[in-house]
Design a binder for this molecule. Structure first.
Ligand code: THU
Length: 128
């Protein structure tokens, strides 16, 4: 999995800054653009729980805000041992910009790395 070693490393960086006082579940994500740029984000919770933003969306919004919309891969790193699959909302947001993005899942303490394609996790995204 050395191909995405750096992207996983980049996702671990914002993991330290995850704001998760309610769930205690910290997540970091980093998207890779076609031009080789990397944009990262962490989950940001809110006392009004439904306003929480996942790390994946924070990373994508960070990239889009900087003018980058073409993504080839996203790494998602959770704190603890187990990996987590992105939620449906994040998969839908990813599908907007990168319909077949590679999704690399890792955890800080575990050694397992899982790679999926967006189409495997969300075969039928909503589109207008
Ligand atoms: N979370 C993410 O950031 N990404 C995921 O893929 C799943 C869930 C966050 C949202 C919330 O802050 C915490 O994990 C628990 O649901």
């Amino acid at each position: 999995m050395s191909e995405y070693k750096n992207l996983i490393k980049a996702a671990k960086e914002p993991l330290k800054r995850a704001y998760a006082p309610y769930s205690g579940f910290k997540v970091g994500a980093a998207v890779l653009t076609k031009t080789g740029r990397v944009f990262a984000g962490c989950n940001i919770e809110n006392a009004s729980y439904g306003l929480t933003v996942c790390a994946e969306r924070a990373a994508v919004f960070n990239a889009v805000s900087a003018g980058h919309r073409n993504f080839t891969a996203i790494a998602v790193v959770t704190s603890g041992k187990s990996i987590a699959f992105p939620c449906g909302a994040c998969l839908q947001v990813l599908s907007e910009f990168a319909p077949d993005i590679k999704i690399i899942l890792a955890s800080s303490a575990g050694r397992k790395v899982v790679t999926k394609r967006l189409k495997e996790l969300l075969p039928t995204p909503f589109s207008l």
